[in-house]
Design a protein around this ligand. Structure first.
Ligand SMILES: [Zn+2]
Length: 127
């Protein structure tokens, strides 16, 4: 599959993909686990719907020897993640960016990703 054809994915879904992609990048290349890199990946993979080989070319200058691993992960995982996000939020009622109250327990919160309150760490990954 050369193109993922996820370009109909809405912005809210893309925002929900952020932490997952960030987490994976951190495992592959910790220094590159930033919002900008995730945004760039979402841009070329989803918005611009580039082919797999073109995405690999674009990411190569950042990820070098890790590029193939990352691109393979994106191609095998992103369509499934988009599907999961879409299924889990069909009513759209429980995701309001910026409206959530900040979690009092953060960063020691034990509920992790299931916590209903806002965790600043969802955007700035702590290792
Ligand atoms: Zn929490």
């Amino acid at each position: 599959m050369e193109r993922l054809n996820l370009n109909s994915t809405d912005l809210r879904t893309q925002q929900l993909l952020h932490p997952q992609i960030l987490k994976r990048i951190a495992q592959i290349h910790k220094r590159l686990a930033t919002r900008d890199v995730v945004n760039y990946i979402l841009l070329i993979v989803i918005e611009m719907n580039k082919t797999k080989s073109k995405v690999r070319e674009d990411l190569d200058e950042f990820f070098e020897s890790k590029t193939v691993e990352l691109v393979n992960w994106i191609w095998s995982t992103l369509p499934r993640l988009v599907q999961e996000v879409a299924n889990s939020s069909t009513d759209g009622s429980n995701f309001k960016p910026g409206k959530k109250r900040r979690c009092r327990d953060w960063p020691e919160c034990e509920r992790g990703e299931k916590c209903e309150f806002f965790h600043p760490s969802a955007e700035v990954l702590t290792m």
